[in-house]
Design a protein around this ligand. Sequence first.
Ligand code: AMP
Length: 393
Amino acid sequence: MRVLVLNCGSSSVKFAVIDTKTKESIASGLVENIGVNGHTKAKGPEGKIDFNFDCPTHAEAVDQVKKFLDSQKLTPTIEAIGHRVVHGGKYIKSEKVTQEVINYIRSITLFAPLHEPAHATGMECATKFFPGLPQVAVFDTAFHQTMPEKAFLYGIPYKFYEQDAIRRYGAHGTSHRFVTAEACKVLGTKPEETCLITAHLGNGSSCSAILNGQCVDTTMGFTPLEGLIMGTRSGSLDPAILFYISKKYGKEYGTIDQLDHLVNKESGLLGLSGLSNDMRTLTQAASEGNKHAQIALDVFCYRLTREIGGIAMALPRIDAIVFTGGIGENSSYVRKQALENLKILGYQIDDERNSQSGKESNHLITKDGTPKAIVVATNEELLIALDTEALVK
Ligand code: AMP
């Protein structure tokens, strides 16, 4: 089946056409700067596009995706649409899109203010521009819904959970779920008998503890801000820091919006290094002696180890640590530091295997006879397409 995968963000629409049989992406692209000065870039079997256009709302963006697919002669071949949804609230698995689902996604706007309205609008636009095609919503939080209460509750008055559903939801669930299945293939184990730590490390980063194929703890929380140090996000903080900064620097950081910007956009690798949120830039700069780049890398890798150590306590054993995401798949530096920090658990990196990201060693980057760490490429679009096929067939 050919599935159009749509990822409608606050100011962008990313898309891919996936063939679930071959598992290949036939076309992909994005429309960005919605509401400012629209720009689209895409490639498909008939060629590429790259131009600016007037794109005041998501409707023009989805229309542009449709026009591109028309030009590539793909529209008539598409049988269903799968949507990536950042926050699924109560949903524990993927759902067919209905008006009720759209209304629910809008109703939890406060959980992910930039994303949820865009997802709901994207579904309505897809109904308009691709009439008659079945649609499925795949939620980034769904995989984490197997966490027990003791792992998802915060130490704040219980009424906030009862009245406002404030709890840990996690994120990147589609990626953690995909690499869990892939890791089991690599290890030759059954998911229901496999215990893993999955580390999705990219611009956003999170780790999950997988017990017998199911998530039992994860580092992201109520929103994707908690846990690891990320590109521009702070990860976990003592909340009192915000009270302090807000009182002391009222002009710059006195409002909730300014504090939100501080912890989501000005912090993490960017904030620590004062240079960049990009791991490649930082690794290069650190190797040339940039002190702040090195500090950012050290904090990133140490926090990663500390969080892995924490969630590992939810497991009876670790069959493998699985690295994925832009950093997890590509940064031999981060993998080496993280595993060296974890030597109490017996990890011994094999430098040759690590430098090849496990490509020549069946994904393995640790020495034979020592605890396993593997590198697995994530493919969220493929999982969204497969879930879509399974639900609409
Ligand atoms: P993602 O959000 O999964 O696309 O990951 C983006 C992050 O992956 C950025 O910090 C990139 O610098 C990092 N990344 C991509 N390629 C490499 C690479 N070859 N080496 C180190 N980091 C990389």
